[in-house]
Design a protein around this ligand. Structure first.
Ligand code: TXA
Ligand code: MG
Length: 319
């Protein structure tokens, strides 16, 4: 069990000693450490059991701090960041020499964002270094959207969790960069592609579903519960006797399910994609921890935040 509280000064003190603190953001909870200190960064990888080839995102308090660590090489990215930050957007920029190679996994690009969470923004303002913070879950498992989720999985390994309540967005940030002059989205997330395109003009999707991706957040199997997940049409044909089906639904209830002993969590009864995003990881966890033998779900409408939700479902289903 870690200490859980809202003491920003205490959190800042630990971080200055190069210890790790779990922090709330609007997307998911992060496992934060001093991004400029190799020992702190190394312990992030160790606690998460994360492979060193998977780079970390730098979190800063203000857009003026970006230039201390990276170059604004493309006007569109800057315009996008100015419009969205603080918010669920991460930009990939050419890094400066002071960013440790451990943070970027040897890449010349660094990922940076300003999270939209009051406690964490105050904390970042107290510090004179940026925070490297991956999602605060063991590598490959479902990301945490509450202090309780973090405590359950990493509580033994960290000393403090800054408690900001439940994450408002619930999906990781959308990662955007530039390649061959084109604006590219590398990870779908809490900022929809439509919202980006409205600000920047055309964007290209560079979403990798392979086992050896450029952006490792794009690993084919990721965000995965321990239980198998099936699509509605695969999983419900002939349930064996005594099978308990865990159902992750969206919108109106499915009649067929009323006949099986089941556990249902509805992402949003009214069919609201924002509400569904905020509930996704919480409900996947609840189903994973429930008596259900397996989980059944269906893809949501492939538009707006539905695209990011479907992306997470696809990766959660992959083995
Ligand atoms: O919403 C979020 O982004 C959350 C919160 C805590 O801020 N963080 C998060 O971090 O999702 P993480 O470590 O779980 O995912 C970071 C992903 C990496 O897996 C990789 O895909 C991409 O960001 N990334 C980071 N640095 C990169 C770089 N230099 N080049 C390419 N991709 C990078
Ligand atoms: Mg993650």
């Amino acid at each position: 069990m870690a200490l859980i509280g809202k003491n920003i000064e205490f959190a800042a003190g630990l971080l200055r000693q190069n210890q790790l603190v779990a922090i709330p953001t609007e997307t998911v909870y992060g496992l934060a450490g001093n991004a400029l200190n190799d020992r702190a960064v190394a312990s992030i990888f160790e606690v998460k059991q994360r492979p060193f080839f998977d780079p970390l995102i730098l979190h800063v308090a203000g857009i003026d701090q970006v230039e201390a660590y990276a170059l604004w090489h493309d006007e569109r990215l800057k315009r996008l960041a100015e419009a969205i930050w603080p918010g669920p957007l991460t930009v990939l920029l050419p890094k400066k020499g002071n960013v440790p190679d451990l943070v970027t996994a040897g890449s010349e690009l660094v990922a940076i964002r300003i999270p939209d969470q009051a406690l964490t923004l105050e904390l970042l303002k107290l510090l004179d270094f940026p925070l490297a913070a991956p999602s605060a879950n063991p590598f490959g498992y479902i990301s945490p959207t509450s202090a309780y989720h973090v405590d359950k999985q990493l509580g033994e390994k960290i000393s403090y969790i800054l408690n900001g309540g439940e994450c408002r967005v619930g999906l990781e940030s959308t990662i955007v960069g530039v390649e061959a002059g084109e604006l590219c989205v590398y990870r779908l997330g809490g900022l929809s592609v439509d919202d980006i395109a409205r600000i920047t003009g055309p964007v290209k999707l560079m979403l990798n579903l392979s086992g050896d991706p450029k952006a490792p957040g794009q690993l084919k199997s990721h965000y995965a519960p321990r239980k198998r997940i099936f699509l509605e049409k695969e999983g419900l044909q002939f349930p064996e006797q005594d099978t308990i089906v865990g159902y992750l639904s969206f919108g109106k209830e499915n009649e067929a399910l009323k006949h099986t002993p089941n556990i249902t969590y509805n992402l949003s009864e009214s069919g609201d994609l924002k509400e569904a995003s905020a509930n996704l990881f919480k409900y996947l966890r609840l189903l994973d921890e429930s008596a259900a033998h397996y989980i059944v779900t269906d893809f949501l409408p492939d538009e707006g935040l539905g695209m990011a939700i479907n992306d997470r479902l696809r990766r959660a289903m992959a083995r």
